[in-house]
Ligand binder design. Structure first.
Ligand code: DTR
Length: 348
């Protein structure tokens, strides 16, 4: 009798204390559940220019930091060069969930971002770092309706625009009728100086330059190296023009589905990433200028003090034009401008 009842009693006692071997079927059912909780949160991140350019360098840095700070629980797959979404459908694509995260240039879509484009006005912002910090804090303070359909993760701006050209632009006289690629506020800025702006996203510029559709480009000078413009645009002219403004946005439903600690990591990363990108970009422009001169024999011209004063005077009207269009879009333009000026004074 003992031979039959003792093992049975032992088994019953062990299972009552929960320390016996689990039935094989139950153990099998639990294993997939464990694997599920260990599965990382996967996010896609779309960007429009080539991988070597600053908007994509900041994307890779954002990915690395987010993955590291979440201990690998978040994994980001990056898509540069418009391989998932191109510049003009970036915002719509993120709203519709074709990408979880997207990097967009607000300057490419005049009128769509009536508040944030105030940072592009010629108000004397001198660097990408200042512009990026102003942009980020402006957004955080005002939370303008133009981004209501997405979650904004970070914002940044390129350094003030200068000219790169196939023929020397040594003075304002050389700019007259000069066909030059420039979009948004930068386009209107250079037009007021007598040039003929042609708008197009950055990825289309190499082709346009090679086909002689434009004779130069008005943007931050690091593309002399990154986009190899020094090869066919060896002349640079400092104009200290407008910055172009960018936003990194996330699909709202995807963001809402994230755990609270990941949301907090993103909130902390936003302003830090803006400052990091600005600082990196400013330094990268200086490096690219030196590289273009040393490696490609490029030349850098600066305007005389009188011409610089003339540039400021001739482009002043941009601020009134922005006020009119922002007000027409329902924005309190005076309040936005006052805030931009206050933030500029804080960060410059
Ligand atoms: N100036 C804007 C922004 C910009 C500057 N460098 C790059 C490189 C790649 C994409 C955009 C930009 C522009 O020219 O588009």
């Amino acid at each position: 009798m003992n031979r039959i009842f003792l093992p049975l009693l032992l088994a019953l006692a062990l299972s009552a204390f929960g320390c016996g071997d689990k039935p094989a079927q139950q153990a099998d059912q639990e294993q997939p559940a464990k694997a599920e909780t260990a599965e990382p949160i996967r996010l896609t991140y779309a960007n429009f220019p080539p991988p070597i350019t600053v908007p994509c360098v900041q994307m890779e840095r954002f990915k690395e930091v987010l993955e590291e700070r979440t201990g690998g629980r978040v994994q980001v797959e990056t898509f540069p060069s418009g391989s998932l979404l191109k510049s003009k459908n970036m915002l719509r694509g993120v709203i519709e969930g074709q990408a979880d995260i997207g990097c967009l240039s607000m300057s490419y879509q005049p009128g769509v971002f009536p508040t944030m484009t105030a940072v592009e006005l010629p108000l004397g912002i001198t660097s990408s770092k200042v512009a990026s910090q102003v942009l980020f804090e402006l957004y955080e303070t005002l939370k303008p309706a133009e981004f209501d359909e997405v979650k904004v993760l970070t914002l940044f701006a390129c350094p003030p625009s200068d000219v790169m050209s196939t023929a020397p632009v040594k003075s304002l006289a050389d700019l007259q009728g000069f066909e030059i690629r420039a979009s948004g506020t930068s386009g209107r800025f250079i037009e007021l100086l007598g040039a003929s702006p042609v708008a197009m996203p950055m990825p289309e510029v190499p082709d346009a330059l090679q086909k002689n559709l434009v004779k130069g480009i008005f943007t931050s000078l690091e593309v002399m190296k990154d986009m190899k413009f020094a090869e066919f645009c060896p002349y640079m002219t400092t104009l200290n023009g407008p910055v172009y403004v960018f936003a990194v946005v996330m699909n709202k439903a995807k963001y809402d589905s994230l755990p609270d600690d990941v949301k907090q990591t993103l909130a902390d990363l936003g302003p830090e990433q803006a400052a990091w990108t600005g600082e990196y970009w400013d330094q990268h422009v200086l490096d690219a200028i030196e590289w273009s001169k040393a490696e490609k024999g490029a030349e850098l011209y600066t305007l005389t003090a009188e011409e610089q004063a003339a540039v400021a005077a001739r482009t002043e009207s941009l601020t009134d034009a922005w006020k009119a269009s922002a007000s027409a879009a329902g924005v309190d333009a005076e309040a936005v401008l006052a805030k931009v000026r206050e933030l500029k004074a804080k960060y410059e």
